[in-house]
Design a protein around this ligand. Structure first.
Ligand code: IPE
Ligand code: IPE
Ligand code: MG
Length: 238
């Protein structure tokens, strides 16, 4: 498939939201005899290329899993290298986002992130608020944490009973449609606490490609696979 074919597929199959579990940076670096942090540096460049291609194909909403609530278990060296990369991205992203009409959201629990980062995350969200496309960056994100956060918010507001729509609107992804496609790289076939509620009817695509090696060709393949899926939502489709 080519860009033109992917564009057509995105439109015809109504592929609005793609979510990525960007996995395999560490293994990619190890294969090259390099420290894990190097894998994250290259992975950050891949992230930019991947989202650019997705929007080029006409996808309205992209979500990337950048740091989970469990990733704090990693070494202080690795965590701080990741925080530096997030910080550098936040400082340099505005021009590209505004040029491409993208609104950024950071989804996850901010409280545990560095203060300086929290402030700039909020500023970037405000500055891009007029964007028509969506980029969700999951940073200190855990789906169970998100669900509990939503439950507690609703309780504090005095709710005694909620419906699906109200609940969805209390999640960090309130303004995004549910993901149509969840892509996980590096061979692992699990959610790792990502979008538990939102992915109830998502299609899943797994590739052995390690995240830093993801590119247009792999994305075309993922979109083509999505194009071949029949989404039944529990009904019988003849
Ligand atoms: C994904 O790559 C990036 C983050 C979780 C931040 P990993 O760092 O998990 O890479 P592997 O799975 O160890 O290869
Ligand atoms: C999931 O990857 C989290 C991110 C991609 C940010 P992990 O590498 O942390 O997942 P596990 O530990 O293999 O489940
Ligand atoms: Mg991993």
């Amino acid at each position: 498939m080519s860009l033109e074919e992917s564009k057509k597929l995105v439109l015809e199959k109504n592929l609005r939201h793609v979510a990525f579990i960007m996995d395999g940076n560490g293994r990619w670096a190890k294969k090259k005899g390099m420290p894990r942090e190097y894998g994250h540096t290259v992975g950050a460049k891949t992230f930019k290329n991947v989202i650019t291609y997705c929007y080029e194909c006409g996808i309205e909403c992209v979500t990337v899993y950048a740091f989970s609530t469990e990733n704090w278990k990693r070494s202080e060296k690795e965590v701080s290298a990741l925080m530096k990369l997030f910080s550098a991205y936040i400082d340099s992203a505005y021009e590209d986002l505004s040029k491409n009409n993208i609104r950024i959201y950071f989804i996850g629990d901010r409280a545990r992130l560095p203060q300086a980062l929290i402030k700039r995350m909020g500023e970037l969200e405000e500055k891009t608020a007029a964007g028509k496309r969506i980029l969700n960056i999951a940073l200190n994100y855990g789906a169970r944490d998100e669900i509990l956060h939503a439950v507690n918010t609703l309780l504090q507001k005095g709710a005694t009973s909620v419906d699906e729509e109200t609940f969805s609107k209390a999640l960090y992804t309130a303004d995004s449609p549910d993901p149509d496609l969840v892509v996980r790289t590096a061979g692992e076939q699990r959610l790792s606490n990502f979008l538990l509620w939102q992915a109830a009817y998502s299609e899943f695509y797994y590739t052995d490609t390690l995240w830093p090696d993801m590119g247009k060709e792999q994305l075309d393949k993922a979109f083509a696979a999505f194009g071949g899926r029949v989404r039944r939502y529990g009904a019988v489709v003849e």
